[in-house]
Each structure stands twice: as C-alpha cells, then as structure tokens.
Write a protein that binds this ligand. Structure first.
Ligand code: CP3
Length: 344
C-alpha cells in the first residue's frame, strides 16, 4: 500500500513532522450531530458497526468537518466477543453488555466463524480507504486481550475491573487460555484490516492501569507482544500503535517489550516522562479530554504545553482517551487550528 504524504505514517517511521499530525480517539461519536443522526437511523449500535455503508459514512464525518490527518475505522473492540457468540448488546444508558463467561465457556471458545462474522467490518475498511482523500491515513484497531477479557468475564463494564482481576487469580489457566484465544483472533483481524487498506492499527488496552507489575507483564504486555509479533511476521510493513491507558511508570519498557512502533499516552503521563519515552520512538497523546469540554484557555494551555515539550520529536497529537459526548464540536475546530499553528 503506497503511503505517500500520509503524515502519521511518517511519524510512525520515526520522523518528526511539524506541525504534528492529529486525530482524536472516538472522533466519530455522539458529540457530532451528524453522528447522532446516522446512529438514530441505523437501529442498534452493532447494526451500525456491521453496515459497511453506514460505518463508512460515520468514519468520514469527522474527516469532512475537521480534515484530521487520520480516519479511524468506525467499529468497536467488542465485535470480537460478539463474533465469539457472547451475545453482545449496547443498551441505551447502560453501556455494553454480554453473557459473562466461565472457565467451561472459555475452554469451549471456537474461533471458526469469527473472520466471516467480521467480514462487513473489513468491507467497510476497503470502502473507507476508497472514499478518503489520498493524504489521509486510515487506522484500524482492536482491543487488547486484557481489556476485552474484562468485559467478557464481568459481562459489562466495571469501575476497577475487579471481576477479571479476581478471575485471573482464581482461574489462571482458563484466563491465560482466554488471552491466547483473543490474541490470536485479534492478530488475524488486524492483518485483514491492513490487507483491506489500513495504514496502521492501534491496540487499545484501556484498562491496563489497574494491573500490578507482574500482572501487567503477563496480561497486558505478553498478549500485545504476541499480537504484534504475529502481525509483523505476516505483514512486515505494518505499523502498530499500542495504547496502555493508566500504565504510568510501567510504560518505560512497554514499547520495547511489545514491539510497538508508537505508544499512546494518557493525560496522567507527565510531559517530562513523555519526553523521555519519545527519545526511544514516536508517542501519541495526551490532552485531557475534559480540556476539550472546557474549551477556551484550558484548551489552549493544554495544547501548547504538549507542543512545547513533545513538538520537536516524533509526535501524533491526540487526546489521552476518547472525546466525550459533551464536547462542543466548535472546540474541536479550535483544537485542530491551534495544533496546526493557525490561531496561536
Ligand atoms: O475512535 C473512534 O472513533 C473509532 C470507533 C471506536 C468506538 N469504540 C466507537 C464507539 C473505538 C476505537 C472504540 C473502542 C472501544 N470500545 C474501547 C477502547 C477505547 C476506549 O474508549 O477506551 C472500549 C473500552 C470500548 C467498549 C465500549 N464501546 C464502551 C465501554 C462503550 C459504551 C460507552 C459509551 O460511550 O457509551 C462503547 C460504545 C461505543 N463505541 C460508542 C462509540 C461511538 C457509543 C455508542 C453509541 O453511539 O451509542
């Protein structure tokens, strides 16, 4: 896949691009009125994820509005458990739900049929690539096995992922097997996204921050390394961003241990530490999404601090986690312009 002039790919190759390219996690989402309109017409959230024409449309919405340097495939990390027949549903006001899995259920998991189930998502990747401007990168993604497992075990989102942490201590073998299954399926899924036109992929380990040191090595690092190895063995040119939210000091060796090309940073990562991490390779982040809700000086100051400390090295400008539904779309216009030096 020719990736000429795609700035994010340049950064992932270790180059410093100035001003830095920008995209936002959850850039297609409920803060945009055009998203809410498409979503209302689609039926359920998963219907939207599995309708290639609608998924293409919502992926393109933030590109049309803001001209971000990358589009991210519109889907969800929980399509993998859905493909594993865990009966995933998104209930209004409740977030995701699915049938909680037990050790017998884990031993009975079968990966056949997963690729077929996810085919509409892969079709969307191809359509999005066709519709995007040449200079806009396309990012694919998957959830990291630990984060996906936290939902599969509890059957829903949990504040501190206690059910999965407890399960891992009580049922270490079943838990290790679950992570292995998820790692293998995720690697195949990412390869399919890359083959369909994704320039790079991001692995979201949104709940890595609740793990102790040993558990981080086993449940966060190890499966992500396995995914990255498997993808790169098959597609040596693949570029991979790994985002372990809340991992703090454990990020020190995360890039090297996982083999990721770039690491995502949440807003709790001090900029001085981020600068150290950037000496080893590209970083992505790390504006607090609440600064986008606040707008004004809070927004400007947060942007400027990041640009000042990280702007002279390989940086992909992003938030430290997803943009929230209450963000004002006008603040995103202001954010993009300021990062690009248009209103500083
Ligand atoms: O970034 C993007 O724009 C691409 C699309 C994307 C979505 N989810 C769309 C979505 C991506 C990359 C995700 C990843 C995802 N999904 C993660 C990891 C990243 C993160 O944010 O931590 C996680 C943990 C999930 C699981 C998930 N999906 C939850 C907890 C929820 C409900 C929370 C909420 O905001 O309602 C979802 C639903 C979801 N995924 C929505 C969107 C736009 C909102 C659903 C709706 O439109 O009703």
């Amino acid at each position: 896949m020719a990736a000429k002039n795609r700035k994010i790919v340049d950064v992932l190759n270790g180059k410093t691009v100035s001003p830095p390219p920008i995209w936002l996690m959850r850039q297609a989402g409920r803060y945009l009125p055009e998203y809410r309109a498409t979503r209302a017409a689609a039926g359920s959230f998963l219907d939207l994820c599995y309708a290639p024409d609608l998924a293409t449309e919502v992926t393109l919405q933030p590109i049309r509005r803001y001209g971000f340097d990358a589009a991210i495939l519109f889907s969800d990390i929980l399509v993998i458990p859905d493909a594993l027949k865990r009966n995933v549903r998104f209930e209004e006001g409740h977030g995701p739900r699915m049938d909680p899995i037990d050790p017998d259920g884990i031993r009975a998991l079968k990966g056949d049929g997963v690729a077929k189930h996810l085919q509409p998502v892969i079709e969307a990747v191809g359509r999005i690539r066709q519709a995007l401007p040449e200079e806009t990168a396309l990012l694919g993604f998957c959830g990291a096995p630990w984060t996906v497992a936290t939902y599969m075990i509890a059957g829903h989102g949990t504040p501190d992922q206690a059910p999965a942490r407890l399960f891992a201590y009580r049922e270490p073998e079943a838990f290790a097997y679950l992570l292995d299954v998820l790692a293998e399926l995720s690697a195949d899924y990412l390869v399919a996204q890359i083959d369909a036109g994704a320039d790079a992929v991001q692995i979201f380990d949104s709940w890595a921050g609740v793990l102790g040191e040993k558990e981080f090595a086993e449940y966060a690092v190890r499966p992500v390394r396995r995914i990255i190895r498997s993808v790169k063995e098959r597609r040596p040119q693949a570029k991979i961003i790994a985002f372990a939210k809340g991992a703090g000091l454990l990020l020190k060796s995360y890039r090297q241990e996982t083999g990721a090309d770039a690491i995502g940073l949440d807003w709790s990562v001090p900029l001085s530490f981020a600068a150290e991490l950037q000496k080893e390779g590209p970083v992505q982040g790390n504006l607090d999404p609440m600064r986008v809700v606040a707008g004004g000086a809070a927004l400007d100051e947060g942007i400027d601090a990041i640009l000042q400390v990280l702007g002279n090295g390989p940086l992909i400008f992003n938030l430290g986690h997803g943009i929230t539904p209450q963000a004002d779309p006008e603040n995103v216009t202001r954010l993009v312009a300021r990062v690009r030096g248009e209103n500083r």
